[in-house]
Design a protein around this ligand. Structure first.
Ligand code: IPM
Ligand code: MN
Length: 355
């Protein structure tokens, strides 16, 4: 008998529960194949729970989520809840409370997936973005002065600590050494304007980099990165950046890899309990229609397996997903896949069992 993992599950809002169900279907199938087991602990936090109780994510839930081997999240976002409440109260709270200081987002174009980039294929679009996930503009530092008056002032500060920047960079160097195709780490910043924050990032980048002589150090401004991700995505191997730039460039990354239906991410605490999620939102208009693409959620499960050290199982899931995309699915877009949400999950399982 293999290991049993304790997995916290927050299916969340909208189409979250539907895609999480397919992720779990695939995890169970690969578990059976590789002799590993999963005990799921489901938490119904999200928009409906908030509207009923006024509660987002209580302290007791944080304790429980911290005690799992990993957590799996569907999507957060409800049309009847004011923007910001669930994002801050659930998703960002989890990132901060569990100190999930890395947001790892692979940008990989699989064969058979359409990219909007002309003349680019799977060999060109295959890199990682390592996004700092607990600092920068996301800490909520700042405030209003004379709010609501003509003299109103709003300040939103970017917090960058040596410790936070250093641990993020170290993770990126390690990842690049271990998994980089070309052992090239690009720091994405704005050293020409944000001369405090990115001065710290740049100095720390070169200091930490001394211990990684096998990794090439490269720097580009965030605006140039946006240009090159479209024009020459093959230049990138691993990109490391702060929280807000990472947020923005990974949406661009998701688009060049085929859209939100396929993009997955890991919110990682290398010393604690990590959380895996499809990058896309709760897509309320598709809820309950069996039309949303579950590949991103299945790949979030795949990243979770890899993180738990189940490399073989992770590899099998990736192979089965690649085969499903190549042989069975029409496109990555909801409603246009040529098959339903559940059928995509079934097909991944069928390919998995045939390996
Ligand atoms: C993401 C999302 C979140 C973020 C939102 C929902 C708070 O866009 O995971 O990228 O900005 O980090
Ligand atoms: Mn985002």
């Amino acid at each position: 008998m293999g290991k049993t993992y304790q997995i916290g599950v927050i299916p969340g809002d909208g189409t979250g529960p539907e895609v999480v169900a397919e992720g779990i279907k695939v995890l169970n199938a690969v578990g059976e194949k590789s002799g590993i087991q999963f005990d799921y602990h489901t938490y119904n936090f999200g928009g409906d729970h908030y509207l009923k109780t006024g509660e987002t994510l209580p302290a007791s839930a944080i304790d429980e989520l911290s005690s799992q081997d990993a957590n799996f999240l569907g999507a957060i976002g409800h049309p009847d809840v004011k923007p910001g409440i669930l994002e801050k109260g659930i998703l960002l709270k989890m990132r901060f409370a569990l100190d999930l200081y890395i947001n790892l987002r692979p940008v990989k174009l699989y064969a058979g997936v359409d990219t909007p980039l002309k003349d680019k294929g799977p060999a060109d679009i295959d890199f990682y973005v390592v996004r700092e996930n607990t600092e920068g503009l996301y800490t909520g530092a700042g405030g209003f002065f004379k709010k609501g008056t003509p003299d109103e002032v709003a300040v939103q500060e970017s917090i960058n600590t040596r410790k936070g920047v250093e641990r993020c960079l170290r993770y990126a160097f390690e990842l690049c050494r271990r998994a980089g195709r070309r052992k090239k780490l690009t720091l994405c910043g704005k050293t020409n304007v944000l001369t405090y924050a990115f001065d710290l990032w740049e100095r720390t980048f070169h200091e930490v980099g001394q211990a990684y002589s096998d990794v090439e150090r490269d720097y580009a401004h965030v605006d140039a990165i946006c240009m090159w991700m479209v024009k020459n995505p093959e230049w990138f191997d691993v990109i490391v950046t702060d929280n807000i730039f990472g947020d923005i460039i990974t949406d661009l990354g998701a688009m060049i890899q085929g859209g939100m239906g396929i993009a997955a991410g890991g919110n990682i605490n290398p010393e604690g309990t990590s959380m895996f999620e499809p990058i896309g939102g709760s897509a309320p208009k598709y809820t309950g229609k069996n039309v949303i693409n579950p590949i991103a959620a299945i790949m979030a499960g795949q990243m979770m397996l890899k993180h738990l050290g189940e490399a073989q199982a992770a590899d099998w899931v990736e192979q089965a997903v690649m085969k499903t995309i190549r042989e069975d699915m029409k496109t990555m877009g909801a409603e246009r896949m040529g098959m339903g949400t559940r059928e995509v999950g079934d097909q991944v399982v069928a390919h998995l069992l045939a390996i």
